[in-house]
Design a protein around this ligand. Sequence first.
Ligand SMILES: *Cc1c(COP(=O)(O)O)cnc(C)c1O
Length: 402
Amino acid sequence: METVTGLSSSETVSLFQRYVIPNYVRYPINLVRGEGSFVWDSEGRRYLDLFPGWGCNLLGHCPPRVVAAVQEQLATLIHVPNTWHMDVQGRWAQMLSERSFGGQAFFCNSGAEANEAAIKLARLYGSPQRYKIITFEGGFHGRTLGALSATAQPKYHHGLGPLVAGFVYAPFNDLEAVRSRIDNETCAILLEPIQGEGGVRPARPEFLRGLRQLADEHQLLLIFDEVQTGCGRTGHWFAYQKFDVVPDVMTLAKGLCGGLAGGALLARPEIASYLKPGMHASTFGGNPIAARAGIAFLETIEAERLLEHVQRLETVFRQRLEPLAGTLDIVKEVRIFGGMIGLELTIDGSPAVAQCLEKGVLINCTQQTVLRLLPALNLSEELAHEGCDVLISVLEELRDNS
Ligand SMILES: *Cc1c(COP(=O)(O)O)cnc(C)c1O
C-alpha cells in the first residue's frame, strides 16, 4: 500500500524501538489508512475495527463531514488564542449546552485535562475550607497527576507518589460508604456513570439518584466524567440522560471532535461562575479546528440519526452476545449499554484479542478479563454481525482449548 514514508510494518517497529519511548504496549502493525469501521496496514491488510481510536472515533475513521469541515477550517483560521472571541467556539458551546443541561463550556484538549478543570472548579467552589473530592474504586479519570490521584486504582499509582492530596476513595455502587465519607471538608463527588476502563461497569440507577440527593443535602458538586460514555456512546447524547440523574458538572473528550483531539467541561452557570478570568486556561482549548470538528460531529449524529441507530446496534449485540453467558462457560457476564460493550470472561482476555486480530477484527481487553468493544456509532448491522461471528468463533475455540 502506498504510504507517506513507504515503510513496512517491520521497518516501522524498528524506528519505534530506536526512537520512541516504549510506554505503550503496541501490536507490531503499522496502520496507514482508515475509512468507516475499517483500517489498513502498510502491507495492505484490512481490519474490521470494533474499537476505533480507543473509543474516540465515534463516527469511525475519517468521517466525511468532519474531514470536510476541518479541511475548510484549516485553510481559513487554524489557531487564535482565547484572548479573542471565535464564533465557531461559541456555536460549539451552544450546541453542547442545548443537548445537555444548559451549562457553560470550558474547552481543553483531552479527558485528563477536562477532569483537571473539574477538580479545580470543585476546589474553587469549596474554597476556603472544603477541598475533598470523593471518587470510586475501579474509576478512571486520566494520567495527569490530579486526574490520576482521582483514579482509585493502585496499579496506576506505583512509583508516582506523593499523589495530589484531597481525594477520598469509596467502593462503587455503595451509597452508605459515600455518606460515611462526607465531612465538612468535602466539596464534590466525581464518577463515571458507567465505568469504562474499569470493565464496562454501570452505576446502579438508585446509587446515582442517592448521590444526587447527598450532593444536594451537603452542597456538593456532582461531577460526571462522561469522557467515554458521552457524545452518543450509549445511544443518548450523554449517559446521565439514560439514568435521568443530572450532574452539576460534566467532562467530555474522546469522541467529542469525531476523532480529533478535544476536551470540554460543562457546568451549570451558577457553578461555572467560580472560574473567573485568569484562574484556568488551555492554550489550544476550543481552537477553531477542534470547534469545527466538534460541530460537524454533532451535526453528523443528527443528520444520520445515529442515536436511533445505536439502539439497533445494541439489539444486534445483545442478541448475539448475551446468550454466550449461558452457553460458553468462559463467559461470565455480558454488559451492553448502547455502543459500549463488555464481555467479562473467567479467563485472561488477551488471547481472545490476539486471535480476533489474527482474523482481522480489532477489539480491546481491560482489567485482564473484560473484552471491550467501543464500535463506531455508524457501524452497519451487517458488520456488527460479522464482528460477532469472529468474536464468537474465537471464544468457542478458547473454550475448547481451556
Ligand atoms: C480515556 C478516559 C479519560 C482520559 O482521557 P485522555 O484524553 O486520555 O486524557 C478520562 N476519563 C475517562 C472516563 C476515560 O475513559
